[in-house]
Design a protein around this ligand. Structure first.
Ligand SMILES: C[S@@+](CC[C@H](N)C(=O)[O-])C[C@H]1O[C@@H](n2cnc3c(N)ncnc32)[C@H](O)[C@@H]1O
Length: 298
């Protein structure tokens, strides 16, 4: 029955194109073309369509199209089609770079986990910084954002499975997380790491949702740019770069930073970029960073 309804949905290429266009407009995510994209789309949204008792992608697209951001049906569609895979201390060298940057900080150290999914990245940052901080070390603040509300809520809850918890080094797990009793134990983040994380919905496509310019010492934007088109990636990088303080670090995922160069930024390792301490004379900070900073992927 399910197989039959899926294969019927998969004949609706016009509906596929309408839904793919909505996703692109709302999030920047481009679905693969042809049958590969169709299979991905239908497998991820079949329960949403079934819940609405609909029988075609076109009908579903017509319902979604007028919805504003924040409407539960639009949120469910966006979240179903975003890939939320994440893990603690993913690409661990980035947390070494974070620690080093913190050691150089004089004032409150501000970090942004942009596209944070359910928060493993932000909690890894918090554990790294909290365990590094000395008695007199500066405070730190972490902003964790994503376009999908359901994963943000998971981050706010701060409860993870035993399997996820095993990704955290034992010393940090024991210090910052509490294990529940029972046959299916879970781990909950303690206040020492929660207290410095603020959660917020930010769509990277919409610059008006970004925090103000020149705010952050370090920005992580990892494993999300791969879903965007090159022009979208460039626009986003330009926006993120303008939110860094001079000397701040922009950290991308290894898979998405390969051929990327950021103009006057120093490249520290394959996916860590440092903003110049001072802009060159004659360059205003408000100038489009695309020209000044970014020679995009070849
Ligand atoms: C694969 S996860 C990466 C999570 C984390 N950065 C990491 O590397 O482990 C990608 C995340 O990007 C989010 N995302 C996709 N499009 C976005 C957009 N336009 N704005 C903000 N977040 C977006 C998805 O919801 C998803 O949670």
């Amino acid at each position: 029955m399910v197989t039959r309804s899926i294969s019927r949905l998969q004949q609706d290429f016009e509906g596929f194109q309408q839904l793919a266009a909505l996703l692109l407009r709302w999030t920047g995510i481009r679905l693969p073309e042809g049958m590969q994209g169709m299979v991905l789309l239908t497998s991820r949204i079949q329960t949403l369509i079934a819940a609405k008792a609909m029988h075609s992608l076109r009908a579903y697209a017509a319902v979604l199209a007028p919805l504003r951001a924040g409407h539960p049906d639009r949120e469910a569609f966006v979240s179903a089609l975003s890939t939320h895979t994440t893990s603690f201390f993913r690409e661990s060298v980035h947390f070494d770079a974070l620690r080093e940057a913190y050691h150089r900080a004089g004032d409150t150290f501000k970090v942004w986990s942009a596209a944070c999914s359910s928060g493993a990245e932000a909690y890894s940052m918090a554990m790294t910084l909290e365990s590094t901080r000395r008695a007199a070390g500066p405070d730190f603040r972490i902003l964790a954002t994503d376009v999908a509300e359901d994963v943000l809520l998971e981050g706010v809850r701060g409860t993870i499975s035993e399997a996820m918890a095993q990704q955290i080094p034992a010393r940090l797990r024991e210090r910052y997380w509490t294990r529940s009793a029972g046959s299916e134990p879970q781990w909950t983040a303690g206040s020492a790491i929660r207290k410095n994380i603020r959660w917020s919905k930010v769509n990277l496509m919409d610059r008006s949702q970004y925090p103000r310019e020149g705010t952050f010492d370090v920005i992580f934007c990892r494993n999300v740019l791969i879903y965007f088109e090159p022009e979208t990636t460039q626009r986003i990088i330009e926006g993120l770069a303008s939110r860094l303080k001079p000397g701040g670090l922009l950290i991308l995922g290894h898979a998405e930073s390969g051929a990327m160069t950021l103009g006057s930024y120093a490249r520290l390792g394959s996916s860590v970029f440092r903003k110049p301490e001072q802009l060159r004379p004659g360059h205003s900070r408000r100038q489009p960073l695309l020209q000044e900073l970014l020679r995009s992927a070849e």
